[in-house]
Design a binder for this molecule. Structure first.
Ligand code: XMP
Length: 523
């Protein structure tokens, strides 16, 4: 396994994902991980991430002892500068920041780049397109290091001490803009460090099943099934391991997508034979939401009630000793968060996973080590339907934040049907260039109910009915997003169908706001 130390990089998670793509297990830890812990982790190699600071004036210092462990080390950006400084080289502020594409000239003798190139120059040197983002740079290499790549503005763009297997690059191989970046990381991990590519889904399932059985023994487990990807995959995996010792509680708050409840039951109870208790709590939820218009308050009520209902159900299962949750690796990294990352709360997120300690149950989190795409792969391997596993994300408070202002049952009914039509058309319409469906080409798409009436005309009569907004975005991280450029013909069909098929709606609009300044959800 590979250890990645995070110096506060925005893209450290990408390094981990690239390594996992080579089927090598890795973990991301804060830069100040104690040396003893590093030794206990027993890494096959260490990768040092970039970071926003200057190495000569910051306290972002890893334990230099990691360079004495005899394992290969790859430093990226700040990681390179840290290595240079600690090993006796020199780091200085550049005249200006360098940000964006750069073309490096690679020295072919280096194991890291040998044979990798986007093109060659007249002299036959390999040229590589890379992504740079730095202010400081290494101006003198430590003893033992040789130059392995250069650019016009960054004469020491990469260096290596091949004897000690120390490599350092000023650019970012983990981002896709560095075209051969994944190859470089794989070469480091598999070639230079000699890690075995044994991190595969079938292996993972075997190990995870074994581990769950060992952990749980003959005790019983409960899991809050939300219909979302993470809790669904967790349920399928745990069921594979312990069968009927698992009971899922599916709380239907009445704010799910059309027919969602039936689909969940169909898939789990009938399809996989999982024990699922379905609780229809919609009346209760609607009651608590009556008269409430503030988005944050709605979120809090839905979150609180969810826990309440779940708790009530769980006391009916006195034998349960474990609470299973679909926590995934990005959640783990986020909450372990290095000091450099300050998340700013724009909306208080409620996740159905966030259940209280008062239940007095031990936590079972079998997806803690997996990235989202690995969770999906696992879901498919466990037999969950492809469409389910590759669904767009759906917020915990559900339609509660897609019905603006006060939530009412009849608004929810209209919205569910409008939303289902939109999604159906997205799934059924292909983009001619890519051949993909518009559902695949968008990251998240849904309808929003606006409690506003507008005038229309239908047949000979005047109508005065509600408005629905369509939202579709393209994003890789949900932190920023572009509105999707859906074809007019598709928008037109969706609008016609909603207005014709959903009585009570006579106007459909399309949201063309990016994030920022808008958010993806309307509340
Ligand atoms: P925003 O609206 O903040 O959404 O741009 C970013 C992503 O987060 C989802 N989202 C939520 N997910 N509980 C959740 O589990 C919530 O309260 C919540 N609010 C927003 C949103 O759907 C989008 O994918």
């Amino acid at each position: 396994k590979i250890l990645i130390l995070d110096f506060g990089s925005q893209v450290a998670q990408l390094i981990a994902r690239r390594v996992r793509e080579a089927h090598v297990y890795c973990e991301l830890h804060p830069y100040d991980m104690p040396l003893a812990d590093i030794q206990a982790f027993n890494p096959k190699a260490i990768i040092l991430s970039g970071g926003p600071n200057s190495v000569y004036e910051s306290d972002y210092q890893a334990d230099a002892g990691l360079l004495q462990l005899g394992v290969p080390v790859l430093g990226i950006c700040y990681g390179m500068q840290w290595m240079a400084q600690v090993l006796g080289g020199k780091v200085e502020a550049g005249a200006s920041r360098e940000f964006g594409y750069a073309e490096i000239r690679a020295r072919s003798h280096s194991q890291l780049f040998n044979g990798l190139q986007d093109r060659t120059n007249e002299a036959g040197d390999g040229l590589l397109d890379v992504w740079m983002s730095h202010g400081d740079k290494v101006t003198a290499m430590p003893a033992g290091f040789g130059l392995i790549a250069e650019t016009a503005s960054c004469p020491i763009a990469a260096m290596a001490d091949e004897a000690r297997k120390f490599y350092a690059v000023q650019f970012h191989p983990e981002v896709t803009h560095t075209k051969r970046g994944t190859d470089m990381l794989h070469r480091f991990v598999l070639g230079i460090a000699g890690a075995q590519p044994s991190w595969t889904m079938p292996n993972y399932i075997d190990e995870a099943v074994k581990k769950i059985r060992e952990q749980v023994g003959s005790e019983e487990v409960i899991l809050g099934l939300s219909g979302g990807v993470d809790s669904s995959v967790a349920a399928a995996l745990i069921h594979r391991a312990i069968g009927d010792q698992l009971t899922c509680v599916f709380v239907d708050h009445g704010l799910l997508r059309l027919n969602e409840g039936d689909m969940v039951m169909e898939m789990f109870a009938r399809g996989l034979g999982v024990k699922v208790i379905r609780v229809d709590a919609s009346t209760e939820f609607m009651g608590f939401l009556e008269g409430v218009t503030d988005p944050e308050q709605k979120r809090k009520i839905i979150g609180r009630e969810f826990v309440e209902v779940f708790q009530r159900e769980s006391v009916k299962l006195p034998n349960a000793k474990w609470l299973a949750q679909g926590t995934i690796y990005p959640d783990v990294i986020e909450s372990a968060g290095s000091k450099t990352k300050k998340a700013h709360t724009i909306k208080s997120h409620h996740n159905v996973g966030g259940l209280p300690e008062t239940l007095n149950l031990k936590l079972l989190e079998p997806l803690r080590e997996l990235f989202k795409d690995e969770v999906r792969e696992l879901g498919v391997a466990l037999g969950l339907p492809h469409d389910m596993v590759y669904r767009h994300p759906f917020p915990g408070p559900g339609l509660g934040v897609r019905i603006l202002g006060e939530v009412k049952r009849d608004y929810a009914e209209l919205l569910k049907r409008a939303d289902a039509i939109f999604i159906e058309e997205l799934r059924n319409t292909r983009d001619e260039h890519s051949g993909k469906t518009w559902y695949e080409l968008t990251s998240q798409a849904f309808a929003v109910f606006l409690p506003v009436k507008s005038v229309g005309v239908m047949g000979d009569g005047r109508t005065y009915e509600w408005v629905v907004a369509l939202r579709a975005v393209v994003t890789s991280d949900f932190m920023t997003a572009h509105w999707a450029e859906l074809p007019y013909s598709l928008l037109g069909r969706v609008s016609n169908r909603i207005i014709n098929e959903v009585r009570g709606i006579n106007r459909v609009v399309y949201d063309v706001s990016g994030k920022p300044p808008a958010t993806i959800e309307w509340e």
